[in-house]
Write a protein that binds this ligand. Structure first.
Ligand SMILES: Cc1ncc(COP(=O)(O)O)c(C=O)c1O
Length: 451
């Protein structure tokens, strides 16, 4: 039997088990399809044959409508670095909320939180809060264009920076053209897409166009947690300087995850602008920030630049709201006081990645495990991917991804997505839980290989 046939036979087997356990989620999905396009609020949360409806989350666990318990490796899209709903954060937010959820005026917390962020994130002197990672990137691009007076943006194949027009290109194969219906090609004509980990492609782009900024995740996230090859990020920094562009690190995933100071600290490479999301909001909605040195951020300063046209715009109703800032401040302040957590955290997940990869190797090298720190990507590819193209085009079978996701659900383990396995664990996942993940992975691979 081919791998494809074996995977299909196992999918058939585990779909039956899944459906027996999740009848109420199935019913809910029928209802959902009538009122939510695709039955979901965000298409990446769908998985086949129907998704689970999660009713409760606490610590590292989530529970579905049928009462099944799962160890969560998705953690609110990588938001919950200290697990779901840490008591001290929820308490702080609840208390603060009685004095106003959103003041709509300058408030002391935005000052205190900005001060804290400038202390813990390298190379930044000023901060502006936004409502999401997408928004942070949108304004960061504008800021970089304003600062350099240039138009072009370079991004990486597979790099996901949110659905903003100029960045919604080159995310999925074939990595060219608009990623969405309704996105005119004119809106992406100043965006150049190049492969990650390819320094020559970057130099070519910088040479050929008046590039305002290179925007990149230090470690590709949604493309399957693919890290930089030796010397790559330093090479990027040097080239960006040589050609007079800015380097934007999208640290929406890597920020406060790889290290308290994010990818800049972890890799010891300096960015000109850092964008943040997810963890910066402490687990509450409205998570986003742009951080950079004063010389760049001053382009947003209405006192120094009274005329709107002489400034770069950033703003929005819910920016700097009390709920998100209270949560974010409480969480980041806690992490700042427990910096030593990062070493254990990264060590544990370095070990997990090597164990998972060993499982791949001992099962006919059916897969490769990639990532850095606590970011884990699983790829059923012929070669270890070093960029998004390899991660997609080198796939042995799409069905193996479907099977892994489905199987893990039946083992009480959840992550997203069904198409690209990227796990973003928290600091409170235990070694025992990680061992269960490794065991389940080994058992599935044995079933695939020996069937
Ligand atoms: C690296 C990266 N940048 C930007 C975004 C967009 O952030 P948001 O979903 O908060 O708009 C994401 C979201 O997953 C992301 O992973």
């Amino acid at each position: 039997m081919s791998i494809e046939d074996r995977a299909q036979a196992l999918i058939d087997k585990y779909v039956r088990i899944y459906m027996e356990r999740t009848g109420r989620s199935r019913e809910f999905f029928e209802r959902a399809r009538k009122v939510l396009p695709g039955g979901t609020t965000y298409q990446i949360r769908y998985f086949s044959p129907y998704p689970l409806y999660i009713t409760r989350a606490r610590g590292v666990k989530v529970w579905d409508l049928d009462g099944n318990e799962y160890v969560d490796y998705w953690m609110g899209h990588g938001t919950h670095i200290l697990g779901h709903s840490p008591d001290f954060v929820v308490k702080a937010v609840n208390e603060a909320s009685y004095d106003g959820t959103h003041l709509g005026y300058p408030n002391t917390l935005e000052v205190e939180y900005a001060e804290l962020l400038t202390k813990v994130i390298p190379n930044v002197e000023m901060v502006r809060f936004s409502n999401s990672g997408t928004e942070a990137n949108m304004y960061a691009i504008r800021l970089a264009r304003a600062y350099t007076g240039r138009r072009y943006i370079v991004k990486m194949e597979g790099g996901w920076h949110g659905g903003y027009d100029a960045l919604h290109v080159g995310v999925n194969p074939p990595f060219e053209g608009p990623e969405s219906l309704g996105l005119p090609v004119e809106h992406i004509k100043y965006t150049i897409v190049i492969p990650y980990n390819d320094i020559n492609a970057l130099e070519k782009a910088l040479k050929s166009f008046d590039v305002a900024a290179v925007i990149m995740e230090p470690v590709l996230g949604a493309a399957g947690c693919i890290g930089p090859v030796q010397g790559y990020l330093r090479g990027v920094r040097e080239l960006v300087d040589r050609y007079g562009a800015l380097l934007i690190f999208d640290e929406v995933i890597t920020g406060f995850r790889l290290a308290l100071g994010g990818g800049q600290e972890y890799f010891n490479v300096k960015a000109d602008i850092v964008t943040l999301g997810k963890i910066v909001g402490g687990g509450y909605p409205g998570a986003g920030a742009i951080a950079s040195r004063s010389e760049i951020m001053e382009l947003l300063d209405q006192l120094k630049r009274p005329s709107a046209r002489s400034r770069s715009f950033h703003g929005g109703t819910f920016t700097g709201n009390r709920v998100t800032l209270t949560a974010g401040y409480a969480l980041i302040n806690y992490l700042a006081q427990h910096r030593s957590f990062y070493e254990n955290f990264n060590n544990l997940w370095d070990w997990v990645r090597s164990e998972l990869d060993r499982a791949c190797e001992s099962h006919d090298r059916l897969c490769w495990v990639t990532g850095v720190g606590s970011m884990v990507g699983i790829h059923f590819t012929r070669e270890r991917p070093i960029n998004a193209r390899m991660a997609y085009e080198g796939r042995i079978s799409e069905k193996l991804y479907t099977l892994l996701h489905l199987y893990m659900r039946t083992r009480g383990i959840l992550y997203l997505t069904e198409h690209t396995a990227h796990l973003l664990p928290s600091m409170i996942h235990t070694k025992e839980q990680a061992q269960d993940l490794i065991n389940a992975f080994n058992e599935l691979l044995s079933e695939v290989v020996h069937r």
